[in-house]
Design a protein around this ligand. Structure first.
Ligand SMILES: Nc1ncnc2c1ncn2[C@@H]1O[C@H](COP(=O)(O)OP(=O)(O)OP(=O)(O)O)[C@@H](O)[C@H]1O
Length: 265
């Protein structure tokens, strides 16, 4: 049975950016997420932690309807972005995914130039009036992602020729280029070395405040370093959600305590 969780430890922060209410996710008959309610706030980095298979990625994907791409997946419950039900019929999913961008575990730049990787989204969303405006978006996005200085002299080189860490920053720049409100990150550092990981963590901190960021991570150290709110999932349940400092120093639930002290996971 799910214990009572505080779904809104940031109630002092005004209206949530995203509110999930009684969300369950099924793959065929199998229930991977069980009745999860949570508020995600604008000014924060929110970390999802929990043992492998607990449903962190599945739940993350419900927040921009990425589960729609998995044939067997079915979502129940309500997910609101600024109060709007994102699963309502008629919702423009392409537009939604621009507002709620995603960065994946493995960097996945398009097999195109660095410039085109960034320019593609703004072009299809009609965000630039002409070449000069597009150039400005590309430069600004690469700046924000902390990549401009490294690539400004080779914007026509292929994005796939960059190092893993640079590719991941390119993917973050690509998400930023369409002016998102929320950025979802699914284990964005798991394919990176410690130096590249540190750069992404610094970047997440720089981006905080401008976007609501949700990060799935296997690393409790990373959650503690980059997030202000942490949600602990176990077997499809949201066991505990709160201020990151409280979750790591003073968890209310025994299952959280056991996980953060390394008893399982
Ligand atoms: N496409 C899919 N089809 C069927 N079952 C799936 C699919 N994706 C995930 N699952 C199942 O749903 C459950 C939750 O998986 P999910 O990947 O969301 O967990 P996770 O906590 O992100 O795991 P990990 O930390 O290992 O990435 C698991 O039992 C998994 O096997």
């Amino acid at each position: 049975m799910v214990s009572e969780v505080n779904a809104n430890p940031a109630s002092d922060q005004g209206e949530p950016k995203i509110r999930a209410t009684d969300v369950s996710v099924f793959y065929g008959e199998k229930r991977a997420i069980d009745n999860v309610s949570i508020d995600i706030h604008q000014e924060h980095v929110t970390a999802f932690i929990g043992p492998s298979g607990c449903g962190k990625s599945t739940f993350l994907r419900t927040l921009n309807r990425m589960n729609d791409t998995i044939g067997s997946a079915r979502v129940e419950g309500l997910i609101e972005l600024d109060g709007e039900d994102i699963y309502r019929s008629g919702m423009d999913v392409v537009q939604l995914r621009a507002r709620v961008g995603m960065v994946f575990q493995k960097p996945n730049p398009f097999p195109k130039s660095i410039y085109e990787n960034i320019a593609y989204g703004p072009k299809i969303h009609g965000l630039a009036q002409g070449k000069a405006e597009l150039d400005a978006i590309v430069e600004r996005s690469l700046h924000r992602a902390g990549l401009w200085d490294e690539v400004k002299d080779r914007l026509q080189d292929s994005g796939t020729a960059l190092s893993g860490g640079q590719q991941q920053r390119l993917c973050i720049a690509r998400a930023i280029a369409v002016d998102p409100e929320v950025i979802l990150m699914d284990e964005p550092c798991s394919a990176l070395d410690p130096i590249a990981t540190a750069r992404i963590e610094e970047l997440i901190d720089d981006l905080r405040g401008r976007y609501a960021i949700v990060i799935v991570t296997h690393s409790m150290q990373q959650a503690a370093r980059v997030s202000q709110r942490t949600a602990f999932f176990h077997l499809g349940h949201l066991v505990e959600y709160g201020h990151t400092s409280d979750i790591f120093t003073n968890p209310r639930e025994k299952r959280t305590q056991d996980y953060i002290t390394g008893r399982y996971g």
